[in-house]
Write a protein that binds this ligand. Structure first.
Ligand code: SF4
Length: 332
């Protein structure tokens, strides 16, 4: 089977120059502007940036679940040697069922309100199982119990018979994680997995995800506004702004010595309990994707912008073991 193909240098996922547009009745929105990203087997990568910077679009492009108005215009997404932008639908489905799982931002809208958890979880288990639909009720129940126990959900019988609205936010998120784990045998995509939860539950969910990916030796792409979460859980971080990668570095290094002006402002705007208190935030608004700024997409908000920034898009250049896309670091 094609899924057995191996790619070079233990690279699990390699995204090159990915461009994605959305089309509305009147406009084209040029959202991803040539994103490149690499993920090795077993690696945990963070993706940070303001709302609307393209993080969720990137995850949905990997899974091939962009909404109908979204379209991959160009670029490649190579997963274990298979180009997901060019492969057929059957292979894509197979990968979604057995290799890549996703935890969505809002479990209440990701779970179907008119089906019980049992119906939804069993359906995923049937398709993610080697035996496909041949699994009987008993073995499905056994597999569901195992998953619910893994995500620390008590009373599995009650959970299975419940509809999503009958569970608390934390429980729904644990169910989502269980469903993602059913198909994530290699890669877990987590899109703001704790956004709608209160602080104490957030911490539990994060620990749970962290333990599970370590136990199961999964690779991870974690999208989050919570920079503390990214710094604790990931090896490497990509900073995305306006659909462009601004900087990529080992996570510790990125937070300690950010290079890109946007990364610096983003880190400075995190509220702190002690010391600086609440930061000023980044002045201005994210770009209008209908008519994005020329050159560096950050130039309208950047305190260091110069003439070249308005005209020419900076390349992503390597500096030691990190990369940055900014004219301050190029010889122009
Ligand atoms: Fe600022 Fe120019 Fe660097 Fe963009 S390229 S971040 S506008 S200095």
């Amino acid at each position: 089977m094609v899924l057995e193909m191996r790619s070079q240098e233990n690279s699990l996922l390699k995204i090159s120059d990915l461009r994605v547009d959305y089309k509305s009745y009147w406009y084209f929105y040029h959202v991803l502007n040539g994103i490149s990203l690499n993920l090795k087997q077993g690696e945990k990568v963070g993706l940070i940036g303001e709302s609307g910077s393209g993080k969720t679009t990137l995850l949905k492009s990997i899974l091939g679940i962009l909404p109908p108005q979204g379209k991959i215009v160009s670029g490649d997404i190579i997963f274990r040697g298979i180009n997901l932008t060019k492969t057929n639908n059957n292979i894509l489905k197979e990968i979604r069922r057995k290799s890549i799982g996703m935890i969505f931002q809002d479990p209440l809208s990701a779970l179907n309100p008119v089906f019980t958890i049992k119906e939804q979880l069993f359906e995923i288990l049937k398709w993610s199982s080697e035996y496909k639909k041949q699994l009987n009720e008993e073995s499905l129940k056994e597999a569901a119990y195992k998953l619910l126990t893994e995500v620390s959900l008590p009373e599995p019988d009650r959970i299975l018979e419940s509809y999503p609205f009958q569970l608390s936010g934390g429980m729904r998120q644990r169910v989502m994680i269980a469903m993602a784990l059913a198909s994530a045998r290699e890669l877990l995509l987590a899109d703001e997995p704790t956004t709608n939860l209160d602080v104490t539950i957030q911490d539990q969910i994060l620990k749970l995800i962290n333990n599970l990916i370590n136990e199961k030796k999964l690779s991870l792409i974690l999208v989050s506004h919570a920079l503390g979460m990214i710094s604790k859980m990931t090896d490497r971080t990509y900073v995305i702004y306006g659909g462009d990668i601004m900087e990529e570095a080992p996570t510790k290094k990125l937070f300690k010595e950010p290079l890109h002006p946007y990364t610096k402002l983003l880190i400075e705007s995190v509220p702190r309990l002690y010391g600086k208190g609440i930061g000023e935030g980044i002045k201005g608004n994210p770009p209008d994707y209908r008519n994005p700024p020329t050159g560096c997409r950050f130039h309208l908000r950047c305190p260091f912008a110069s003439e070249i920034c308005r005209k020419k898009k900076p390349e992503l250049i390597s500096i030691e073991n990190r990369k940055v896309s900014c004219h301050l670091y190029t010889e122009n």
